[in-house]
Write a protein that binds this ligand. Structure first.
Ligand code: DGP
Length: 220
């Protein structure tokens, strides 16, 4: 059966795995080591990240994050969303080819960071409605004070402890059955192990045939 936007149901495909968490929770290193592990196992997998600063929209976002440009909160929210939309069809093609995508931040960051500024949660979700939903969201859970003590914290606009506490509250509101919380205060090796096990399970399920779902929880 083919859904209204042409995504067929229950097809064999790669998995969309998203790592989420507060700034400095270790997502980027964990994404890289997961992809390298999967590739060594002969599993086709790629590391992706949002914002994707390589595009024209991504470069506007990057200037905003480094505080070299100021933008209205709603406008920047829509830019982050557009940055995900501009990659949607490539993501879908890769998944259908059987490639697993390991994505460092996605729509869940989009909503949590903007809602933490005081924007309405449903308004924040609306522009991402229709994007591909993750098969697995690995939430790297870490107290903001532990994250703050890690190197490099404080360089970008959102890296402030009070703000990160607010972000964590909104992440909680977004959690559903696709989320798995990982204790990111454990050693790097232990975190890697938890991430590998959860990822291998979802990759096996998707390789046997799994519908592609859309945000926020609708069938494709
Ligand atoms: P990173 O490149 O992962 O360090 O992310 C840069 C910063 O941007 C980080 O503080 C989280 C924030 N961020 C990521 N995605 C979004 C989004 O979609 N919307 C907003 N408002 N912030 C985001």
């Amino acid at each position: 059966m083919v859904g209204s936007a042409g995504l067929s149901c229950a097809e064999k495909r790669g998995a969309l795995i998203v790592l989420e968490g507060l700034d400095r929770s270790g997502k980027s290193s964990q994404c890289a080591s997961l992809v390298s592990f999967l590739n060594k196992q002969g599993i086709s997998a790629e590391a992706w990240r949002f914002p994707d600063r390589s595009t024209a929209i991504g470069s506007m976002i990057s200037s905003y994050l480094s505080s070299s440009a100021d933008l209205d909160d709603c406008t920047v929210h829509l830019l982050f969303s557009a940055n995900r939309w501009e990659k949607r069809s490539v993501m879908e093609a890769k998944l259908k080819e059987g490639t697993t995508l390991v994505v460092d931040r996605y729509s869940y960051s989009g909503v949590a960071f903007s809602a933490a500024k005081g924007l309405d949660l449903n308004w924040c979700k609306a522009p991402d409605q229709g994007l591909l939903a993750a098969d697995l969201v690995l939430y790297l859970n870490i107290p903001p004070e532990v994250a703050a003590a890690r190197g490099g914290y404080g360089g970008e606009r959102y890296e402030k402890m009070d703000f990160q506490l607010e972000v964590a509250k909104y992440y909680k509101k977004l959690q559903d059955s696709t989320w798995q919380t990982i204790d990111a205060t454990k050693s790097i090796e232990e975190v890697q192990e938890d991430i590998k096990n959860a990822s291998l399970r979802i990759i096996a399920e998707c390789s046997e045939g799994q519908e592609l779902l859309r945000l926020w929880g609708t069938q494709a």
